[in-house]
Design a protein around this ligand. Structure first.
Ligand code: GUN
Length: 299
């Protein structure tokens, strides 16, 4: 049986970061502007700490300034809102990201709404969500934006493609559907209450799986030749006790049917931070009235 092309998101993300670095250097040389990204972490969740560290490292690698603000797990909502207000006022901060999830005493909606819309590089503010829905020029959330870039690299023009997005989260599923619609795909959002998930998926030329259920999508859910993007990151137990990362797609069976597929890890994951940096560059240019560059991945 045919075997799918493996979409190398790690390599594509590295090329995208190199493209971003070129534009950051240009912005510095021509306008004396250095983009600044602030990442706020509340508490000490180990996974969140790793994400936050990597965001800072990669921002600095592309020539940006990176600011980290840490608050204890016991921080109040008022304390966090005060920090955000400071970052909103700070002209050296062009992008603000508050790492989710937040401790339970803090309402994430209030926090997201407090971030200045033009510094909301996560694209989670309701105004940016609305701008995306009406096809405007708001910030698009990083993971779906990364997925879209991989799809365009693989397929080119997406118009008329039948796309199925599995999952309806605010972070991935819904914005992914909006982006695909903007590219003129015929979009279905399928979810846990969908009557026949497998049947819906089998209609897809493009299948984006973002449900958070390990290896749920089987090879026989996939249309032969389809492009499959796996957003899931799930740890499953292994006999040695270390566990193993797998996606929402059962890779072994899917790779025999799909035309192209992202692996986990090394597929969609690395694109998220690269797109965060891209959004930070875009936000910086907009805040300074500098034309937004057309960033291309380096060769
Ligand atoms: N936690 C997991 N993914 C994300 C993300 O994309 N943005 C933020 N702010 N927190 C997250």
């Amino acid at each position: 049986m045919a075997t799918a092309t493996i979409i190398d998101g790690k390599q594509f993300a590295a090329r995208l970061r190199a493209g971003i670095a070129t534009h950051v250097a240009q912005l510095k040389a021509e306008h004396d502007i250095t983009p600044g990204l602030a990442v706020v972490l509340v508490g000490d969740d180990p996974a969140s700490q790793i994400y936050v560290r990597n965001k800072g490292l990669q921002a600095r690698e592309t020539g940006m300034n990176s600011f980290e603000r840490r608050l204890p797990a016991t921080a109040t909502q008022a304390e966090l809102l005060a920090r955000i207000a400071e970052l909103n006022r700070d002209p050296t901060v062009n992008g603000i990201l508050v790492q989710l999830p937040l401790p339970k005493q803090i309402d994430p909606e209030r926090v997201i709404e407090a971030i200045a819309v033009n510094k909301d590089v996560d694209g989670f503010h309701p105004l940016n969500v609305g701008l995306l829905a009406v096809g405007g020029t708001g910030m698009a959330p990083c993971t779906p934006l990364g997925c879209l870039m991989l799809l365009k690299e693989r397929i080119g023009n997406l118009a008329g493609q039948r796309a199925v997005v599995l999952g309806r989260s605010n972070i991935v599923g819904k914005p992914m559907a909006a982006l695909l619609l903007r590219e003129h795909c015929t979009v279905t959002i399928a979810h846990s209450r969908t009557r026949d998930l497998a049947e819906e998926c089998r209609r897809a030329d493009i299948l984006v799986a973002a449900v958070g259920k390990a290896q749920m999508v089987q090879g026989d859910w996939i249309k032969p030749g389809a492009t499959v993007l796996d957003v899931g990151i799930n740890r499953i137990p292994t006999p040695d006790g270390k566990g193993r990362l797998v996606g929402d797609v059962d890779f072994a069976s899917a790779v025999e049917v799909a035309g192209a597929i992202t692996p986990v890890p090394g597929g969609v994951g690395p694109m998220t931070i690269a797109c965060l940096l891209l959004n930070t560059l875009t936000a910086t240019c907009r805040q300074h009235g500098v034309p937004t560059p057309e960033v291309r991945p380096a060769a």
